[in-house]
Design a protein around this ligand. Structure first.
Ligand code: ATP
Ligand code: MG
Length: 287
């Protein structure tokens, strides 16, 4: 149930009482019943500015950028090379701190996934996927069932005993996706994760990602410079300006939840988004 931007789990609360409650994840007692209020926003950036260096080498990478990602949403951050997309992801991941403004992740933990799968070459596929659980101290017998489920989810169950060098690039990215999911983070931050694979493999990886996000309740912020990729995957697309990164325009894809419905709803937006991006790159090139 959604109410004024808040998800309310539990019995219904009077609207007047809702406005009086401002604490996120608060537990309120109403007629003796516990009501849990959960912030429906997973990621929030408020007027975020990021400056690298100082003096002559000062570089304004992100400028007063504000955006939100709701829980369970897949938002694509689309922009030209160097516009600050990775910087935004690093800020959300906590790897960078904003120069001004605030970044918060009310949803919980984040996991970053990059273009490079960065698997351990000496470990098998199942050992790579099980590594986050192993680091959390879970015994082999406890993790094997979940590792198997994750490998089934990314269609790699037949390759559990293989090592990374025996896999294609697309398969390695699927292992990386399963390993990212094994971290049980509420938020997955994906930085052009399919940028290094061929077009056909990328299409298949898109299908995998769409299936995975419908079978889990993970929130995804996905960085890309491809309009096609963004429209294929995103519930919403946030187009960034050329450096410094600012939100230029947002597009919501009003799908019906099915991949076919999504594609149908996205198709008319492709020319418009392409035009916005082209215009921005042209403007920057001339400026
Ligand atoms: N740690 C850093 N120190 C100094 N400058 C940086 C640092 N990280 C990024 N930058 C600069 O900030 C700008 C934005 O970089 P960023 O990597 O976020 O762009 P991007 O949109 O991800 O580009 P690409 O699509 O090529 O990956 C660039 O000009 C880059 O050189
Ligand atoms: Mg980048």
């Amino acid at each position: 149930m959604v109410w004024d931007g808040w998800n309310v789990e539990g019995p219904v609360v009077a609207p007047g009482l809702m406005s009086a409650l401002t604490v996120v994840d608060a537990v309120a007692a109403v007629d003796g019943a516990a009501v849990r209020l959960v912030d429906s926003v997973a990621i929030r950036l408020d007027e975020v500015t990021k400056v690298f260096g100082s003096g002559d080498s000062r570089l304004l990478a992100v400028d007063r950028l504000s955006m939100e990602v709701n829980r369970g949403e897949l938002v694509c951050l689309l922009g030209a090379s160097g516009c600050g997309k990775s910087t935004v992801l690093n800020l959300v991941a906590g790897l960078e701190t904003p120069t001004r403004g605030t970044v918060s992740v009310p949803a919980g933990n984040t996991t970053l996934m990059f273009q490079e799968a960065a698997l351990f070459p000496w470990l098998t596929v199942e050992q790579n996927v099980g590594m986050p659980m192993r680091l959390r101290g879970r015994r082999r017998s406890e993790r094997s069932g979940e590792v198997r489920e994750l490998l089934e989810l990314v269609r790699l169950d037949r390759f559990a005993k293989h090592r990374p060098h025996e896999l294609s690039g697309g398969m390695r990215q699927r292992v990386a996706l399963a390993r990212a999911l094994a971290q049980h983070s509420e938020v997955l931050l994906m930085d052009e994760p399919f940028g290094a694979v061929d077009a056909i493999t990328r299409d298949l990886l898109h299908e995998d990602l769409v299936r995975v996000r419908h079978e889990t309740d993970v929130t995804i912020l996905f960085v890309t410079h491809s309009v096609r990729e963004a429209t294929r995957l995103g519930d919403r697309i946030v187009v960034l300006s050329s450096r410094p990164g600012r939100v230029l325009e947002e597009f919501t894809i009003p799908g019906d939840g099915s991949p076919a419905g999504h594609e149908l709803a996205a198709a008319p937006l492709v020319p418009r988004i392409t035009e916005v991006l082209r215009h921005e790159i042209g403007r920057h090139g001339r400026g």
